[in-house]
Design a protein around this ligand. Sequence first.
Ligand code: AMP
Ligand code: ZN
Length: 112
Amino acid sequence: MNDCLFCKIIAGEIPSKKVYEDELCYAFCDISPLAPTHFLVVPKAHLDSAARITEENAPVVGHIFVVIAKLAGEMGFSDGFRVVTNCGQSAGQTVHHLHFHVLAGKELGSFH
Ligand code: AMP
Ligand code: ZN
Protein backbone atom coordinates (compact mmCIF):
# COMPACT_ATOMS: atom_id res chain seq x y z
CA MET A 1 0.00 0.00 0.00
CA ASN A 2 1.89 3.03 -1.30
CA ASP A 3 -0.17 5.62 0.46
CA CYS A 4 -0.37 4.04 3.88
CA LEU A 5 1.19 5.98 6.78
CA PHE A 6 2.04 2.87 8.80
CA CYS A 7 3.50 1.05 5.78
CA LYS A 8 5.78 4.09 5.38
CA ILE A 9 6.72 3.95 9.07
CA ILE A 10 7.50 0.21 8.79
CA ALA A 11 9.64 0.93 5.71
CA GLY A 12 11.52 3.67 7.61
CA GLU A 13 10.32 6.35 5.18
CA ILE A 14 8.65 8.22 8.05
CA PRO A 15 10.49 8.34 11.40
CA SER A 16 9.10 6.60 14.46
CA LYS A 17 10.25 5.72 17.96
CA LYS A 18 10.69 1.95 17.74
CA VAL A 19 9.66 -0.19 20.69
CA TYR A 20 10.06 -3.63 19.10
CA GLU A 21 10.49 -5.27 15.70
CA ASP A 22 10.60 -8.76 14.27
CA GLU A 23 9.90 -10.33 10.89
CA LEU A 24 6.12 -10.11 11.30
CA CYS A 25 5.37 -6.98 13.30
CA TYR A 26 6.59 -3.53 14.28
CA ALA A 27 5.84 -1.60 17.50
CA PHE A 28 6.36 2.15 17.95
CA CYS A 29 5.32 4.97 20.25
CA ASP A 30 2.05 6.71 19.50
CA ILE A 31 2.71 10.31 18.44
CA SER A 32 -0.19 11.58 20.64
CA PRO A 33 0.01 9.41 23.75
CA LEU A 34 -3.14 8.96 25.82
CA ALA A 35 -1.30 7.32 28.73
CA PRO A 36 2.26 7.43 30.13
CA THR A 37 2.94 4.33 28.02
CA HIS A 38 1.14 4.26 24.66
CA PHE A 39 2.53 2.36 21.73
CA LEU A 40 1.09 0.75 18.61
CA VAL A 41 1.78 -2.74 17.30
CA VAL A 42 1.18 -3.36 13.60
CA PRO A 43 1.60 -6.32 11.26
CA LYS A 44 4.28 -5.61 8.64
CA ALA A 45 1.99 -6.96 5.93
CA HIS A 46 -0.68 -4.36 5.23
CA LEU A 47 -4.18 -5.20 6.45
CA ASP A 48 -6.85 -2.47 6.53
CA SER A 49 -8.40 -3.28 9.90
CA ALA A 50 -9.62 -6.02 12.23
CA ALA A 51 -12.54 -6.48 9.84
CA ARG A 52 -10.06 -8.04 7.37
CA ILE A 53 -8.82 -10.76 9.71
CA THR A 54 -9.27 -14.21 8.14
CA GLU A 55 -8.25 -17.79 8.94
CA GLU A 56 -5.29 -17.24 6.59
CA ASN A 57 -3.88 -14.04 8.13
CA ALA A 58 -5.00 -14.66 11.73
CA PRO A 59 -1.64 -16.12 12.88
CA VAL A 60 -0.03 -12.67 12.78
CA VAL A 61 -2.70 -11.41 15.19
CA GLY A 62 -1.89 -14.20 17.63
CA HIS A 63 1.79 -13.40 17.20
CA ILE A 64 1.16 -9.73 17.97
CA PHE A 65 -0.59 -10.67 21.22
CA VAL A 66 2.35 -12.88 22.20
CA VAL A 67 4.66 -9.91 21.55
CA ILE A 68 2.40 -7.60 23.59
CA ALA A 69 2.43 -10.03 26.54
CA LYS A 70 6.22 -10.25 26.33
CA LEU A 71 6.66 -6.47 26.18
CA ALA A 72 4.18 -5.99 29.05
CA GLY A 73 6.28 -8.35 31.17
CA GLU A 74 9.54 -6.63 30.22
CA MET A 75 8.10 -3.16 30.78
CA GLY A 76 6.67 -4.18 34.14
CA PHE A 77 3.01 -3.34 33.62
CA SER A 78 2.26 -4.67 37.08
CA ASP A 79 -0.89 -2.53 37.43
CA GLY A 80 -2.32 -3.81 34.16
CA PHE A 81 -2.60 -2.55 30.62
CA ARG A 82 -5.16 -2.15 27.83
CA VAL A 83 -5.07 -3.36 24.22
CA VAL A 84 -7.43 -1.61 21.80
CA THR A 85 -8.06 -1.74 18.08
CA ASN A 86 -10.43 0.74 16.48
CA CYS A 87 -12.15 -0.72 13.45
CA GLY A 88 -13.91 1.54 10.99
CA GLN A 89 -15.21 5.08 10.99
CA SER A 90 -17.70 4.94 13.86
CA ALA A 91 -15.03 3.42 16.09
CA GLY A 92 -12.68 6.30 15.28
CA GLN A 93 -10.14 4.46 13.13
CA THR A 94 -8.01 7.16 11.50
CA VAL A 95 -5.16 5.07 10.06
CA HIS A 96 -6.36 2.22 7.89
CA HIS A 97 -3.57 -0.24 8.64
CA LEU A 98 -4.46 -2.69 11.41
CA HIS A 99 -2.91 -1.54 14.69
CA PHE A 100 -3.25 -2.45 18.34
CA HIS A 101 -2.93 0.37 20.86
CA VAL A 102 -1.19 -0.69 24.07
CA LEU A 103 -1.86 1.67 26.99
CA ALA A 104 -0.47 1.54 30.50
CA GLY A 105 0.87 3.62 33.35
CA LYS A 106 -2.27 5.23 34.69
CA GLU A 107 -5.75 4.32 35.88
CA LEU A 108 -7.46 3.61 32.55
CA GLY A 109 -11.05 3.56 33.74
CA SER A 110 -13.84 1.26 32.73
CA PHE A 111 -14.63 0.84 29.04
CA HIS A 112 -18.27 -0.15 29.42
P1 AMP B 1 -6.68 5.10 15.36
O1 AMP B 1 -7.40 6.38 15.66
O2 AMP B 1 -7.12 3.93 16.20
O3 AMP B 1 -6.68 4.80 13.87
O4 AMP B 1 -5.19 5.33 15.81
C1 AMP B 1 -4.24 5.94 15.03
C2 AMP B 1 -3.14 6.36 15.96
O5 AMP B 1 -1.99 6.63 15.20
C3 AMP B 1 -3.47 7.61 16.78
O6 AMP B 1 -3.43 7.30 18.17
C4 AMP B 1 -2.37 8.60 16.36
O7 AMP B 1 -1.91 9.38 17.44
C5 AMP B 1 -1.30 7.67 15.85
N1 AMP B 1 -0.39 8.26 14.87
C6 AMP B 1 -0.73 9.00 13.78
N2 AMP B 1 0.38 9.35 13.09
C7 AMP B 1 1.43 8.81 13.77
C8 AMP B 1 2.85 8.81 13.57
N3 AMP B 1 3.43 9.44 12.53
N4 AMP B 1 3.64 8.16 14.46
C9 AMP B 1 3.08 7.54 15.52
N5 AMP B 1 1.76 7.48 15.76
C10 AMP B 1 0.95 8.11 14.90
ZN1 ZN C 1 -0.21 -0.15 5.52
